[in-house]
Write a protein that binds this ligand. Structure first.
Ligand code: HEM
Length: 264
């Protein structure tokens, strides 16, 4: 079990990210990558000349990536109640006593070119991570609706099939992408209901794509600038070139405590 230690390069290492948080990060990264890639093909499907069956297969693959992302995300939300202090809600959500002052201090130090160093997320990163979680949540909820309207897949597919099936038709026999066996008016109402949801899913996709790029830039810039103080969840420890980095809050939500020698 690694411990906080000074390594040969002069950095002091502090354990920040626990194993479940690192697993979450990498499963999420792979799932979101798969979702962005398949989502882009769905978006441009018209130009690619995909057959109707091809489109359904593509959406099915997309939704399978979506289930992985959703289960992983929900698991992370639960872990935020039980994980180590860097994994908990109080270390993620912005706000709480002292947060505004800590944020201003961090931004001011950042602008001087000598950013305060934190084990775990700094106050600005807490805002970023919270926004990203919100976007992923929006994407998950809208995605579940679309999985229902487009494929009749869980968790809402049963309800949607019941809604659009023509009278006397067993809803489970409806075929994704086909109007056969549906009630024309109910089907149209379902499509109208779906329209703003697909719109939201698309806008959220662009925001997530921008967030992913910003995240990668932030990691690279911070690694170069601070010598690896945030070292994202790819490694177990967060390194710091300073002796006394800021630790994440203890006790009350959002309150910051400063420690000369952070304990893990
Ligand atoms: C980071 C997460 C996600 C991203 C970046 C993403 C991205 C996209 C994009 C770009 C599209 C094409 C939109 C369009 O055609 O206008 C799409 C469609 C779709 N997504 Fe996602 N998605 C995500 C998560 C999910 C999840 C969690 C589910 C379900 C479990 C899901 C289900 C669907 C479905 C069914 C469609 C087809 C809608 C259509 O016909 O256009 N997505 N997604």
């Amino acid at each position: 079990m690694p411990t906080n230690a000074q390594n040969g390069s002069g950095y002091r290492e502090y354990i920040a990210w626990d194993a479940p948080t690192r697993w979450f990060h990498w499963i999420n990264a792979l799932a979101v990558l798969g979702l962005i890639a398949t989502g882009l093909v769905i978006l441009t499907g018209g130009q690619l000349g995909l057959s109707p069956e091809g489109k359904i297969t593509l959406k099915s693959v997309h939704v399978i990536f979506g289930y992985v992302m959703a289960i992983n995300l929900l698991w992370r939300f639960i872990w935020a109640f039980f994980g180590n202090r860097y994994a908990r809600w109080r270390a993620i959500l912005p706000g709480g006593r002292g947060f505004g002052a800590a944020l201003r201090a961090y931004i001011a130090s950042f602008l001087t070119g000598e950013p305060e160093q934190y084990v775990g997320h700094n106050p600005l990163a807490r805002i970023g991570v919270t926004l990203l979680f919100l976007l992923l949540l929006i994407q998950m909820i809208t995605g579940f609706v679309l999985a229902g309207t487009d494929l009749y897949w869980p968790p809402l597919g049963g309800l949607i099939a019941d809604w659009v099936a023509a009278s006397g038709v067993e809803p489970a026999t409806l075929v994704p992408g086909s109007k056969d066996l549906t009630d024309a008016m109910a089907y149209q109402s379902m499509r109208d209901f779906r329209a703003p949801i697909v719109e939201t899913h698309e806008i959220s996709f662009y925001l997530i794509a921008i967030a992913v790029v910003l995240h990668l830039i932030a990691v690279v810039v911070t690694e170069i600038h601070e010598g690896g103080s945030i070292t994202s969840p790819c490694s177990q420890a967060a390194r710091s070139s300073r002796e006394n980095p800021q630790t994440q809050p203890r006790g009350n939500a959002g309150s910051f405590s400063r420690h000369k020698h952070p304990k893990e």
